[in-house]
Write a new protein. Structure first.
Length: 75
């Protein structure tokens, strides 16, 4: 993942309230314009970072709802 994108994700995650969220909420503007393959790649990279503990307080719930993996912040 590009350093610029990673910094943007760090800011977006820090700004999230506690609770569940989907990756597109963190990615922000432009998500809907991405090709599906790019969405899959970025989503997998984010999931890997979450599972490695890169984003403090964020966990992978292991669930999928509304077509996407559910993450949790601060639980």
């Amino acid at each position: 993942m590009q350093a610029e994108r990673l910094k943007a994700l760090e800011k977006a995650v820090a700004a999230l309230a506690q609770g569940e969220f989907h990756f597109p909420e963190v990615y922000g503007a432009g998500w809907d314009e991405l090709y599906v393959g790019d969405k899959v790649k970025l989503g997998r990279e984010f999931m890997t970072l979450v599972r490695k503990g890169y984003f403090a307080g964020v966990t992978d719930t292991g669930e999928k709802k509304a077509g996407g993996r559910v993450y949790s912040k601060g639980w």
